[in-house]
Ligand binder design. Structure first.
Ligand code: 13P
Length: 340
């Protein structure tokens, strides 16, 4: 019997598990590899993704992996395709389907520089192909910068409408949409300002999802945490947790299957401390609060690897440790002492 989108969504946020975001586009993985002075060749990308996906025991902590189009078509050194390899380990393959951002002409002229996310053209056909290749969930990321004036209402509306259309088309194809409206951490804004913007973005997004007839119990939300800007003073994990959960309680419908946070530029430890605080508060919330980290699961692994075959084993140990720490944070059982 075919699994329903509800079954898949529940499996994505299974207890103790979360998602690895390994869907960096070719230019973005190039930046990560440049950080360890490794050339951005297809061979190196395959080697690196192979290292992650073959790490022993990650299936205890990782429910699904988001890949980029090219990765979904690639195979590791034993010739098994990456989606097949993940599936054989009980990990659900996922795929990023947005096509990046573009300057937004419909926005307020005073807000030059705002970008919307594109990718609806040909989406239905692409999803059909991705399903055949094994993908059972997808991701679409829309971003919002914060300033005194930004984001504009018109950008919020445009991105939310497109997220809703994307989610609808995914569900038509039996693929769970990860809906990712990301309020960016760049800048020196306060946590209160992040709260205000995140609340508005989520409110409009859920309005559009509802109007488009998207089934919320077959959606996974991937939001930012409510957190001060990168250049502002940091709040305690308890404050981040309280403000984030408060914001969601005000605007996220309880039917949503689960919430998986992005790390958005937080360090690996910070991303664990904040997630842990959310999962250890007494405040009741109806959703699983899990993770779908990219950088906060991979940063130390890249540094341990450095592009060298002789470092693969050690890099896999570092990666497994990160997966385990983040899983503990997702269960409210993390503490900094466990890092050593
Ligand atoms: P980060 O955790 O590095 O923010 O990446 C998550 C992601 O998938 C962004 O779209």
């Amino acid at each position: 019997m075919q699994e329903t989108i509800q079954d898949i969504a529940i499996a994505m946020v299974a207890p103790g598990k979360g998602i690895l975001a390994a869907d960096e586009s070719t230019p973005t993985i190039g930046k990560r590899l440049a950080g360890i002075e490794v050339e951005n060749t297809e061979e190196n990308q395959i080697k690196y993704r192979g290292l992650l996906f073959t790490t022993p025991e990650i299936e205890k902590y990782i429910s699904g992996v988001i890949m980029y189009d090219e990765t979904l078509h690639q195979s590791g050194k034993d010739g098994v395709s990456f989606p097949e390899l993940l599936k054989s380990r009980g990990i659900i393959p996922g795929i990023k389907v947005d096509m990046g951002t573009e300057f937004f002409e419909g926005s307020d002229p005073s807000a030059d520089g705002e970008k919307y996310t594109k990718g609806l053209d040909g989406l239905d056909e692409r999803l059909k192909e991705y399903y055949k290749l094994g993908a059972r969930f997808a991701k679409w990321r829309a971003t919002f910068s914060i300033s005194d004036e930004l984001p504009t209402d018109s950008l919020i509306n445009k991105n939310a409408e497109d997220l809703a259309e994307y989610a609808f088309v995914c569900q038509q194809n039996n693929i769970v949409p990860i809906v990712e409206p990301e309020v960016l951490m760049d800048g020196d804004h306060t946590i209160e300002r992040c709260f205000e913007v995140t609340k508005q973005v989520l409110q409009v997004t859920f309005e559009k999802l509802k109007n488009r007839g998207v089934q919320l119990d077959g959606v996974v939300l991937k939001p930012n945490m409510v957190i001060a800007g990168q250049d502002a003073q940091k709040d305690t994990p308890e404050t981040v947790a309280d403000m984030t959960v408060k914001c969601f309680r005000e605007v996220v419908p309880k039917d949503v299957s689960g919430i998986v946070f992005l790390s958005g530029g937080q360090t690996e430890r910070q991303a664990c401390e904040n997630l842990n605080a959310m999962n250890s508060t007494d405040e009741m919330h109806p959703w699983e609060l899990s993770f779908s980290y990219g950088r906060a699961l991979q940063a130390s692994t890249l540094k341990a690897w450095l592009g060298k075959d002789e470092n693969i084993k050690n890099a896999q140990e570092v990666f497994l440790h990160r997966c385990k720490m983040t899983s503990m944070a997702r269960s409210g059982e993390y503490s900094g002492d466990l890092e050593n």
